[in-house]
Design a protein around this ligand. Structure first.
Ligand code: HOZ
Length: 424
């Protein structure tokens, strides 16, 4: 049934570490072999064996418009004709920076990079250079890409594979990162009191999406804003997942917060490799060549990625986010109803078009409670869903994503597939 995928994986194992170019897609935590995808269209992907799946991975977030929307493909063709990369300025960068800064009121300036990881790496250097301090506070189970200092108690693949500590990372880097429990403002107050004069920044996923979806509790983000401002510590929102996901703007817009710096990726590239970070003018002007904090990249602001980013944002400006939110609500309620009928203990965390089903009796509000989810139950559900033509992320510690391309029939099929898996 997945013969060609199995053959490709065997070959890949001898050529690529673990057979994959990023760990989560290896399907390790679900005890299966990875799918090899041939193509995607709308809400569906098709593997190399010709199987069709309703896709809730959406490339781990960028594909809010679904796979291969006609307008995006046209844009790629149009801009590819003009050249693939210049290593020089082009007009689209200015348009894109203007679109992004308009969508995020707390951003005056933005710089483009090639991925979310790169955005965070650059941001941390900027925060340290700007404040002249070293320590960064992050939160357990949050994932900010694979830069050295951010892998301490990280989510996503690190959580999926249960990788202990941070092999390959100098002690000194780990020592300048404090990882605290998510949603625990008291822990933040204590850390600030202990390291008061040496904390450069607090970085947070305003909605955690890399330990499964975990929502900020009431006042968590507001209190973070006040306590960081009071102590001259920068507040960084990692909006790589949430940027343009909940509304036209980010979680900062959605919750009315004003972080000092915001990191973006995923949706702003509509599926092309891109990242960005932005902030207030006085902070951003510290970056070279205006200032002396160095950050650079040959492919940064790649003309095709930027053209796709602009088109994606233009299309999103005319979308009604309430539709995708209602669809997610419908699906999660259906899943919940069916689980309860069959006495399967689940907790669903959901917001906007993001959701995660945890197999747990208890509410999930941080990394410890996320890890309470029954891994065997997740594994069985994943397999059953895949066999029913539903593709969710192959890890308990990732978010499922709906797109504007998912329709009622997709949602009904998905609810029925969950129902079937609960029967087992
Ligand atoms: N950081 C990505 C998900 N949050 C990794 C996905 C992958 O391994 O492809």
């Amino acid at each position: 049934m997945r013969k060609r995928s199995a053959e490709l994986y065997q070959k890949a194992l001898s050529l690529i570490p673990g057979g994959v170019n990023s760990p989560v897609r290896a399907f390790k935590s679900v005890g299966m072999e990875p799918l090899y995808i041939d193509h995607g269209k709308g809400s569906k992907i098709y593997d190399v064996d010709g199987n069709e799946y309703i896709d809730y991975v959406g490339s781990f977030g960028p594909l809010i418009l679904g796979h291969a929307p006609a307008e995006i493909i046209e844009t790629i063709k149009e801009y590819a004709e003009k050249g693939l990369s210049f290593g020089a300025c082009h007009a689209q960068e200015v348009t894109f920076a203007s679109l992004i800064t308009k969508a995020f009121p707390s951003l005056n300036k933005v710089r483009l990079v090639n991925s979310g990881t790169e955005a965070v790496m650059s941001t941390l250097r900027l925060a340290r250079g700007y404040t002249g301090k070293d320590i960064i506070i992050k939160f357990d189970g949050c994932y900010h890409g694979h830069a050295d200092s951010m892998l301490v108690a990280a989510g996503s693949g690190v959580a999926t594979l249960g990788i202990p500590g941070t092999p390959g990372i100098p002690q000194a880097h780990a020592h300048t990162t404090l990882s605290l429990p998510y949603n625990n403002i008291e822990a933040v107050k204590k850390a600030i009191a202990e390291h008061k004069n040496n904390i450069a920044a607090v970085i947070v996923e305003p909605i955690a999406g890399n330990m499964g979806v975990v929502l900020p509790q009431e006042n968590f983000l507001q209190e973070l804003r006040s306590i960081t401002a009071e102590n001259k510590i920068l507040l960084i929102f990692d909006e790589v997942i949430t940027g343009f996901r909940l509304c036209y703007g980010g979680a900062a817009t959605y919750f009315g917060s004003s972080p000092d710096i915001i990191c973006l990726g995923k949706i702003i590239g509509g599926g092309m490799p891109i990242g960005a970070f932005g902030g207030k003018k006085e902070i951003m002007d510290c970056i070279a060549p205006e200032g002396n904090i160095y950050q650079a990249g040959t492919l940064s602001g790649n003309p095709i990625a930027v053209a796709v980013g602009i088109k994606t944002l233009e299309l999103l400006q005319n979308k009604d986010y309430r539709i995708i939110e209602q669809n997610t609500l419908y699906l999660t309620k259906e899943i919940e109803k069916r689980a309860h009928k069959k006495n399967v203990p689940i907790r669903i965390n959901s917001i906007g078009s993001l959701f995660t089903v945890f197999y747990s009796h208890y509410p999930v509000y941080d990394y410890i409670t996320a890890k309470e989810s029954n891994p065997e139950h997740f594994k069985r559900t994943f397999k059953r869903l895949l066999d029913s033509g539903i593709f969710i992320p192959p890890s308990q510690f990732e978010a499922s994503f709906l797109s504007f391309a998912h329709d009622q029939s997709d949602l009904e099929k998905t609810a029925a597939a969950y129902d079937h898996s609960f029967s087992e």
